[in-house]
Design a protein around this ligand. Structure first.
Ligand code: AHG
Ligand code: MN
Ligand code: MN
Length: 300
């Protein structure tokens, strides 16, 4: 039974990357505990997207910021909850994160999570998802799990009673299968192409598995080994809601490493350059053939 640290050593991770990922693992433990016991109410503040912040969004962000500042290998951080990237030292590593994904799920006690992307950079402006050295999601559900890639496949760890993360799956693969998580169905009201795509899935009797949280939804596709998650834009929000740097790029690295794919409808997400930290992108991510189908339907 390998621990998180033993796995990283076995993969030949550098001392620096090892340290950064161990710190993110520890931060995930703390956030997991906070999600369990802390205040679930609103913080009374807004983030730069004009979205209400929950007390737990702010607390998760604080936990991460404190721990990143304490790691000498980290030089810059960027958070979905901060207005700008922040220099935290001389380290070579840049860590970007959505400290808590799933705003609308917290008060009803559904699974939520954190999303992390790790780069070697002094600034996130101009990076592409392809430059990530590692990406990871933490899922805070009935159990706390981490899904990680360091560019050598995708693995899963589960937190045990002692707070140790133990390797539970060492080769997560995404193949084909009829499961769908169609986000932003509102777009169907004005977009015939998305309506037709969703109709195809319905007619073909796909199984609906949609939680309203990108982390549990993508986690599900990875662990069931099949399926598609979509979040298009429409009308005044042509790029949808999900953020390239904090959400879509790290998820796409995990999905591609598991043998799946990810696109904005035309361009591979991992090829997209981050022009602004708050940049959004449509996303279609999961089984390869499904992603291809999305591109076909949306280009017609
Ligand atoms: P966040 O809580 O970090 O703002 O992001 C929530 C996201 C994502 O998890 C989910 O897929 C999407 O919001 C759902 O949005 P809508 O329910 O508004 O379509
Ligand atoms: Mn989010
Ligand atoms: Mn968030």
């Amino acid at each position: 039974m390998k621990t998180f640290g033993e796995y990283l050593k076995g993969q030949g991770a550098s001392d620096e990357l090892y340290s950064v990922l161990m710190t993110l693992k520890d931060a995930s433990s703390e956030i997991s505990e906070a999600v369990r016991v802390a205040d679930k109410g609103e913080a009374g503040t807004e983030n730069i997207y004009g979205e209400q912040q929950l007390a737990i969004d702010v607390l998760s962000d604080k936990i991460l910021q404190g721990m990143m500042k304490g790691n000498s290998f980290v030089g810059v951080i960027a958070s979905e909850e901060l207005p700008d990237e922040m220099s935290v030292g001389d380290g070579e590593y840049g860590v970007c994160y959505d400290p808590l994904d799933g705003y609308s799920l917290v008060d009803v006690n559904l699974a939520v999570g954190s999303i992390f992307g790790i780069y070697k950079t002094k600034s996130f402006v101009g990076v592409k998802g392809d430059e990530q050295l590692a990406s990871m999601i933490a899922v805070y559900g009935p159990s706390t799990t981490l899904i990680l890639t360091v560019g050598k496949g995708v693995v899963k760890f589960m937190m045990d009673d002692d707070g140790e993360f133990i390797l539970r799956e060492d080769e997560i693969r995404v193949d084909e299968g009829k499961m769908f998580a169609p986000g932003n169905l509102r777009a169907c009201a004005s977009r015939q192409d998305y309506f037709d795509l969703v109709s195809f899935w319905c007619k073909e009797k796909y199984t609906l598995r949609y939680s309203g949280g990108m982390v549990p939804d993508i986690n599900q596709i990875l662990l069931k080994g099949k399926g598609i998650f979509s979040y298009p834009g429409y009308g005044d929000v042509p790029d949808g809601k999900l953020r390239l740097l904090f959400e879509c790029a790290p998820m796409s690295f995990l999905m591609e490493q598991a043998g799946g794919a990810s696109t904005d409808g035309k361009i591979r997400i991992m090829d997209k350059e981050v022009e602004r930290l708050d940049q959004r992108t449509p996303i279609f991510i999961g089984s390869k053939d499904e992603v291809k189908r999305c591109e076909e339907y949306l280009s017609s």
